[in-house]
Design a binder for this molecule. Structure first.
Ligand SMILES: Cc1cc2nc3c(=O)[nH]c(=O)nc-3n(C[C@H](O)[C@H](O)[C@H](O)COP(=O)(O)OP(=O)(O)OC[C@H]3O[C@@H](n4cnc5c(N)ncnc54)[C@H](O)[C@@H]3O)c2cc1C
Length: 485
């Protein structure tokens, strides 16, 4: 980095050739051995000099493909060139308009298949590190810019939001900025959805989620936890009191393997495992948080982000052997590339091309191992990935004391079963039109409850679309209640 220095003049004045000569900067990280024993964030963030240098690698394409690669069309070239110019305020202002949770998406978006996957520089080497720059500018803004002020206008309309994950938080922010009074109902005792109970501290510090929620409160948004819509209140009741409703209750019902032994002691769904650790503080130790069984050898089934988060958590909880068992190969793993790389550095053991046949227990019904079958890859399936095919006679036993099932999640029927007016598809996801409107008057929906398990940025995109649709829907209406802005 010594001979590559950030330009100082406004409009850095570099030619495309000069930009091409700059190598992608490195993200400072916590040492792999140290971090596999703690829960502090792995990536340490870029400093100003590194951020400007990285931003100077951007070729400033006339038709930037990165923007098309971003599900919410963030004006990437604008904020990146502002960073290159050292105008962090301008970069932050662009970001604030386009992305409600940049500190989050900068940390957890699968950039390699979105913006960075489309970056021209990626055709011949490393793409511009757009995600790291997004994170840089979000953290810079949090430190240097005043919190957003409450809106000047008050429409008198009241909108209820169900769920405080990225979908609900984004919609709430957008609606509040438009002058609507927003009330969030959240089933858990804390906010953030998967951002808090699923994604671990070492990837997304909870202080960031707190910051985003605090910002919403500054905008006048009310948050009410411990309200399970469908039980404590129904959508119908809410729809009577509010002018519009946005449902973003996620897809929090875990899927299981369906093999014998799955109800033995020491078998967790990833949801329970991560919730105990992240939301309920099990990582702090047995005296401080909720208890969790810690194993010498932990086997996690799955190959996505949830599996990576679980197996890396197991390692941090002290597992000597933290094993990710996946029925395909590394190339087919749906987890973010960075998480797989970090997991490998942390000593996670990958057992590819294996599928579980049975979970084995001891006399006290505690897990003692898993019976596995080796697989090989056959023809591609509906997802386009090569289908794993069992190899006859290849069964073997892997000893372990904890099993975590991380196969993904589906829609929890609790809210929808209590709301028959909502049309569902065959996966029990809520059906919406292109405005995120459901089949129920004044009720909109988005995020995982509509898409099935998807991504943070897609849930945020739905939240934004729904907020604009709700605003439009309310335009020719009269507020139901007295304006309380
Ligand atoms: C462990 C894990 C890791 C992941 N890693 C990534 C990643 O790295 N990158 C990425 O882009 N995506 C990742 N995802 C997926 C991503 O987090 C989700 O797609 C996203 O959070 C969906 O947002 P949402 O707002 O629709 O729902 P959620 O985040 O699930 O939030 C829904 C909220 O609604 C609440 N709720 C549920 N039912 C009710 C009810 N009846 N009444 C009131 N409130 C209710 C829930 O408690 C929750 O707070 C991950 C998912 C998991 C589980």
């Amino acid at each position: 980095m010594a001979e590559q220095r950030a330009g100082t003049a406004t409009g850095d004045g570099l030619s495309a050739k000069e930009r091409m000569k700059i190598d992608r900067v490195r993200m400072p990280e916590q040492d792999a051995t140290a971090r596999s024993g703690n829960f502090a964030e792995v990536n340490q963030g870029l400093d100003e000099e590194r951020a400007r240098l990285e931003a100077q690698r951007c070729l400033r394409c006339k038709n930037p493909p990165c923007v098309n690669g971003c599900p919410v069309s963030v004006r990437i070239p604008e904020f990146v060139s502002a960073i290159a110019d050292g105008d962090f305020q301008r970069a932050a202002e662009v970001m604030r308009v386009d992305n409600a949770l940049p500190a989050t998406t900068g940390r957890v978006c699968p950039q390699e298949v979105q913006c960075e996957g489309s970056c021209l520089r990626g055709k011949k080497g490393d793409p511009v590190a757009i995600g790291w720059l997004e994170r840089f500018i979000a953290d810079w803004a949090a430190e240097h810019m005043p919190p957003e002020s409450p809106p000047q206008t008050c429409t008198g309309f009241h909108v209820a939001v169900v769920g405080s994950g990225p979908g609900g938080l984004t919609a709430a922010g957008e609606l509040a900025r438009m002058g609507h009074k927003v009330h969030i109902y959240e089933a858990l005792h804390d906010t953030g959805g998967v951002l808090r109970y699923g994604i671990p501290e070492f990837r997304l510090p909870k202080a960031i989620v707190d910051r985003e929620v605090e910002n919403l409160r500054n905008l006048g948004v009310e948050v009410e936890c411990d309200v399970v819509v469908g039980r404590t209140l129904t959508v119908d009741q809410i729809a009577v009191d509010y002018d519009a409703v946005f449902v973003a209750n996620g897809a929090g019902l875990p899927m299981f393997l369906g093999v014998p032994g799955e109800n033995l002691k020491g078998v967790y769904s990833a949801n329970e495992y991560l919730t105990r650790v992240n939301l309920m503080g099990a990582w702090k130790g047995e005296t401080d948080g909720t208890p969790i069984a810690r194993g010498e050898t932990v086997v996690v089934f799955g190959g996505g982000n949830v599996a990576m988060d679980s197996v890396r958590t197991a390692r941090r909880l002290g597992a000597e052997h933290a094993i990710c068992a996946y029925r395909r190969t590394r190339a087919e793993m749906p987890a973010r590339v960075e998480e797989i790389h970090h997991a490998e550095e942390e000593g996670i053991e990958f057992h590819f091309l294996v599928a579980p046949l049975e979970i084995l227990g001891d006399d006290h019904r505690w897990v003692r191992g898993v019976k596995l079958q080796k697989m090989e890859l056959g023809e591609p399936d509906a997802s386009g990935r090569r289908r794993p095919v069992p190899i006859e006679g290849s069964e073997y036993v892997q000893e372990c004391d904890i099993v975590v099932v991380a196969l993904g999640t589906v829609a929890n029927p609790l809210l929808t079963e209590a709301t028959p007016e909502l049309q569902l598809n065959k996966w029990k996801n809520i059906v919406v039109d292109d405005r995120q409107a459901t089949t129920m008057e004044g009720v909109f929906a988005g995020g995982d409850i509509v898409r099935g398990g998807a991504t943070v940025i897609l849930a945020m995109g739905d939240g934004k679309t729904a907020a604009h649709s709700i605003d439009e829907y309310l335009r020719d209406k009269t507020p139901k209640g007295p304006p309380t802005c």
